[in-house]
Design a protein around this ligand. Structure first.
Ligand code: AHG
Ligand code: MN
Ligand code: MN
Length: 341
């Protein structure tokens, strides 16, 4: 067994496979390829501030290449990195309206990949953390031909693996295959992801709440009551803290490590909220549940929502189990008192 210090992502995946004798190694190959794509995106993200020097987006840069918007770059990088391994039958990305078929000459596999190539992209220009989110399913359509929309529209509990990469003060990749959640930090000196967060468990309750409070006036009464409750109360003798980065990946990463709750509710203007079920909420719910937390739309488990459209949105309340249960209670009570009136 390698020491923790030198447990690289590929080695960790291999060791994990030894514990599952039936494993074919395919999932390992997929995660390794995703890790490679993440390294390339991370390099490009680190250069984002140099765009003005090396060329504006849409222009030709110093080496003669067209400079692409970073989210389009990340999308194309993931498609290119993942479409030739022979593992997938279909893919879907937040940046593309329809499902993505593999090029005709490529081998078709039994897995399905969904991803948000660059999450929090409005934060790029301010050097704030952004990320990539991915979600993997097994195909459900018959035969060995190209995958279909049906393969992509599976409820989240059917995911076989999910993960995210945060491009922050360092680049961290977190993944789960349903048995434990593991985090790897990219060592820039030799370009390897090293195990830095072994078997992450989210605290049962936390002190941090994370929500865009600018939308307060559009919220339901139950949610307003919950936030007022947090502001007026303490946890373990200390006041609650508000933290909102505005990049879901970074907000969830902090929630996973420190505990607490992240919320993107539906409101009077957007009843379904903002975040996408297939690219953002399902993978994050799978990770947070695998770490012992909870993720619902306020009433129902995110992972049990039957999707009907590739880009559908859902409200989300996710994080420490007791915090999510508490906001659900506030919302339920407000709804009941509305009915009684
Ligand atoms: P994306 O950049 O992939 O479109 O996602 C942005 C999302 C998410 O990262 C974040 O939690 C949320 O937008 C923030 O939205 P508000 O600015 O409405 O708070
Ligand atoms: Mn996003
Ligand atoms: Mn995005």
């Amino acid at each position: 067994m390698a020491t923790k210090r030198f447990m690289t992502l590929p080695r960790h995946i291999l060791e994990g496979e030894k514990l599952h004798p039936g494993a074919t190694g395919e999932l390992s190959a997929i995660l390794n390829q995703l890790g490679l794509a993440a390294k390339v995106i991370s390099l490009e993200v680190n250069k984002a501030g140099l765009v003005d020097i090396l060329g504006f987006t849409g222009e030709t840069n110093y080496s003669g290449d067209q400079v692409k918007k970073l989210d389009i770059f990340a999308h194309e990088m993931l498609v290119k990195a993942m479409d030739h391994g022979g593992h997938f039958c279909v893919m879907a990305s937040e940046e593309e309206e329809d499902i993505i078929h593999l090029p005709p000459h490529h081998k078709i596999g039994k897995y399905v990949l969904l991803f948000d190539p660059l999450d929090g992209s409005s934060n790029i220009d301010a050097n704030v953390s952004i990320g990539t989110i991915f979600s993997i399913y097994r195909r459900v359509s018959e035969g060995n031909g190209p995958g279909t929309l049906e393969d992509c529209l599976q409820p989240g509990y059917k995911q076989v693996a999910a993960g995210y990469v945060v491009y922050g003060s360092s680049t961290v990749l977190v993944y789960t295959a349903g048995h434990g959640v593991f985090g790897f930090t990219l060592d820039p000196s030799f370009g390897e992801f090293l195990l830095s967060h072994d078997n992450i468990k989210i605290p049962k309750r936390g002190r941090i709440y994370s929500i865009n409070e600018g939308n307060y006036n559009s919220w339901d009464r139950g949610l307003k009551n919950y936030i007022k409750y947090l502001q007026a109360n303490k946890f373990e003798g200390k006041p609650y803290q508000a933290r909102y980065i505005g990049s879901m990946v970074a907000d969830i990463h902090r929630t996973l490590l420190y505990g607490g709750i992240f919320m993107y509710p539906g409101d009077a203007r957007n009843p379904k909220g903002k975040l996408r079920l297939m690219y953002e909420c399902n993978p994050m719910a799978f990770i947070v549940e695998s770490a012992g937390g909870r993720a619902t739309d306020g009433k129902k488990r995110i992972l049990e929502i039957q999707p009907t459209a590739l880009h559908q949105r859902t409200p989300i309340f996710i994080g420490s189990e007791e915090d999510v249960l508490l906001v659900e209670k506030f919302m339920r009570e407000a709804e009941l008192s509305n009915i009684e009136k």
